[in-house]
Design a protein. Structure first.
Length: 344
């Protein structure tokens, strides 16, 4: 965005006239992007509201200030000197300018343009609420939707490298090494989200029959088969490592424990994965990468897409009736014949 010298401050005297000044602006030290226009003064009043009444962080205010400075410049160029003069077409033109760029600015991505539009929409909502304008021209202008990017699935060879690197060299048999191997084997072997994995309790496991009960989004539980590799890794962790980790804490039902004996956090699990990926020389590997690889490898192995959706917990309201036909036994059979590490 644009740089420049520090902007002048906007207080009660900078509010639009003859409209009454919002009370929040009386204490506003926030600078207006351009006090040469009534629109700029209105923006200064809004920034003061964000700083004083909403208590926004300095970095957030700086982003709003940059976005609204450019908004004022574009609208001034269209002859919109007051906030009440701005029309819906003017707001749409601003968004189009962001996406296409101009002589001084490169085109913005959908995400960056959406962020800038959020500041503009907030400005106009504030102006309508405080009586600075009679209408909200941005109410029906929707931000662009960023393209949805699916995480890249890694190959089976890369999964093998990652799992082999789960433990740091020299300590595969330590409590931490056994825990890390069990965690990554379970993530890939079940397709669980990382939050679901760290939320597991010991009683959620049925290692004898090879199942794990996962509590998904919205409290919806699902039963997922796990293959022999994951079962063996988890069993080794439970027998040889978890008691040692649990001794450092007060005990509890959590499956995966940290060094203090408490439940392993999502951030802690993420660090386990990151360390293993670094040791395996794999880049851009995230917990969701393992989940996506789980699904991709099952489909590559011939699994029905409905079964994969059930295993991932992606059943929607419109497809629930279809999934009622997928029994636990069928899940197990498909998993055993399709998952690369089922080994049954």
């Amino acid at each position: 965005m644009m740089g420049g010298s520090p902007e002048p401050t906007a207080g009660r005297g900078a509010a639009l006239s003859p409209s009454p000044t919002p009370r929040s602006a009386a204490r506003t030290p926030a600078p207006a992007p351009d006090t040469g226009s009534a629109l700029g003064s209105a923006v200064g009043t809004y920034l003061g509201h964000l700083a004083v009444e909403r208590g926004l962080a300095a970095n957030t205010l700086s982003s709003y200030r940059r976005d609204l400075r450019r908004y004022v410049q574009i609208q001034d160029g269209r002859g919109r000197g007051a906030i009440g003069d701005v029309t819906e077409d003017d707001v749409r033109a601003y968004l189009l300018t962001l996406r296409e760029g101009d002589d001084d600015h490169p085109p913005l991505s959908a995400g960056s343009a959406a962020r800038a539009l959020v500041a503009v929409r907030g400005l106009h909502r504030f102006a309508l609420r405080e009586g600075l304008a009679a209408h909200d021209p941005a109410a029906d202008v929707k931000p662009p939707t960023p393209p949805r990017r699916l995480p890249k699935a890694i190959s089976l060879d890369e999964v093998e490298r990652l799992l082999a690197a789960a433990s740091a060299p020299g300590d595969p048999g330590t409590a931490r090494g056994l825990r890390d191997r069990a965690l990554l084997e379970l993530l890939y072997g079940s397709g669980a989200r990382i939050s679901e994995a760290v939320g597991l309790d010991v009683d959620d496991l049925d290692l004898a029959d090879g199942f794990v009960r996962v509590a998904g989004k919205g409290g919806k539980a699902r039963v997922v088969p796990i293959g022999d590799y994951a079962r063996e890794a988890v069993d080794a962790y439970l027998v040889r490592a978890r008691p040692e980790l649990a001794a450092a804490g007060r005990g509890g039902p959590a499956l995966f424990l940290n060094a203090r004996g408490g439940r392993l956090s999502r951030q802690g699990a993420w660090m386990v994965l990151r360390a293993a990926a670094d040791r395996a020389h794999l880049s851009e590997v995230s917990p969701h990468t393992l989940r996506h690889s789980f699904a991709t490898h099952l489909l590559d192995g011939g699994a029905d897409v409905r079964v994969v959706q059930e295993l991932l917990g992606h059943a929607s309201v419109t497809t629930t009736q279809v999934y009622t036909l997928v029994t636990v036994q069928l899940l197990r059979e498909v998993y055993a014949t399709s998952h690369p590490r089922a080994r049954t």
